[in-house]
Design a protein around this ligand. Structure first.
Ligand code: IPE
Ligand code: IPE
Ligand code: MG
Length: 243
C-alpha cells in the first residue's frame, strides 16, 4: 500500500491492528539529569530532543495522533526555579520546532489550562497552533498545565452553565464538553521511567487504552522504544468489556 507504515512491527497482530493514536507520559527527565550530575533543567532540555525524535518516529511509523504530557496541574508544586526553567524551555522549544513542525505536516495543538502560562508562552502556543492548523500528516497534542480531574470538572461546569437538563447528560454530551472532543481516545498509553501510574493524565480518554510501561528515562526514548511499544500493543487483544 503506498504511503502505509511498513516499519511497524506487528508481531502477533493482524495487519491493520496497529495503534493509530498514542499517548505518552514523558517521565524521567529529573532522574536522567541527576544520574549525570546535571541541573534538572538539562534533563528537561534533553526531554525536548526526545520529543523531536519521537515525533519524527511517529510520522515514519504512520501514527495519526500523538498526545504527550508535558506539564501537569500538579507540577506547579515543584520548586519555583524548576517551574521557571520549564516554562522557558517550553517557549524556546516552540520557537525552535515551529518551522520543522510546519514543514513536516504536524498539526500541533495544546490541551489544558491557558490562563496560568505567561502571556509570551501563550502567544507562542497560539502561533504554533495557527501556523500548523492546515497540516494533517500527524496530529500532535501537547498537554500543558493539564489535569484529567480539572478537565472533568470544567466539563461539568460547562454543562451546568449551559443549563443542560440532567436527563440530557449522557456520555456523548459529556464528551463533547471536554477540552478537545476531536482528540481520539488513545489506543496505547506509554509511560517512561518505570513509574506505574497515570498521574492525572486523560482520565476520560484512557478508559480502554492499552498500557505499556518502560524503564527507559524519557530523554533516552526514541524510535526503537516506540516500535517496541507498538509491537507490544499489536500483540494484545482488546475486549472493551465484551467476550
Ligand atoms: C517529567 O520528568 C517532566 C515533567 C513532569 C515536567 P520529571 O521531571 O518528572 O522526571 P523525574 O520523575 O523527576 O525523574
Ligand atoms: C507526570 O509526571 C506529569 C508529566 C510527565 C508531565 P510526574 O513526574 O509529575 O508524576 P508523579 O508525580 O511521579 O506521579
Ligand atoms: Mg516524574
Amino acid at each position: 500500500m503506498p504511503g502505509s507504515p511498513d516499519s511497524v512491527v506487528v508481531d502477533g497482530g493482524q495487519p491493520g491492528e496497529h495503534a493509530r493514536s498514542v499517548a505518552i507520559i514523558m517521565d524521567g527527565n529529573g532522574r536522567w539529569a541527576a544520574k549525570r550530575g546535571l541541573p534538572v533543567a538539562e534533563g528537561h532540555r534533553a526531554g525536548t530532543k526526545a520529543l523531536r525524535r519521537t515525533v519524527e518516529a511517529a510520522i515514519d511509523l504512520g501514527l495519526e495522533t500523538l498526545v504527550v504530557y508535558a506539564f501537569s496541574t500538579e507540577n506547579w508544586s515543584r520548586p519555583e526555579g524548576e517551574v521557571d526553567s520549564l516554562m522557558d524551555i517550553f517557549g524556546e522549544t516552540i520557537e525552535r520546532e515551529l518551522p520543522d513542525l510546519v514543514r513536516q505536516g504536524v498539526r500541533t495543538r495544546f490541551i489544558g489550562r491557558r490562563d496560568r502560562a505567561s502571556a509570551v508562552l501563550r502567544e507562542g502556543m497560539t502561533r504554533l497552533e495557527e501556523e500548523t492548523a492546515g497540516n494533517d500528516r500527524l496530529r500532535l497534542w501537547v498537554a500543558l498545565d493539564y489535569g484529567g480531574r480539572a478537565e472533568l470538572v470544567d466539563a461539568a461546569r460547562r454543562l451546568v452553565e449551559a443549563g443542560v437538563a440532567p436527563d440530557e447528560i449522557d456520555e456523548k454530551v459529556f464528551h463533547a464538553n471536554l477540552y478537545a472532543p476531536e482528540l481520539p481516545d488513545p489506543d496505547l498509553l506509554i509511560r517512561t521511567s518505570g513509574e506505574l501510574r497515570i498521574s492525572n493524565f486523560l482520565l476520560w480518554q484512557l478508559a480502554y487504552a492499552e498500557l505499556v510501561f518502560t524503564d527507559t528515562l524519557w530523554p533516552d526514548f526514541g524510535k526503537e522504544e516506540l516500535e517496541q511499544a507498538l509491537a507490544a500493543y499489536a500483540g494484545r487483544r482488546r475486549r472493551f468489556g465484551g467476550r
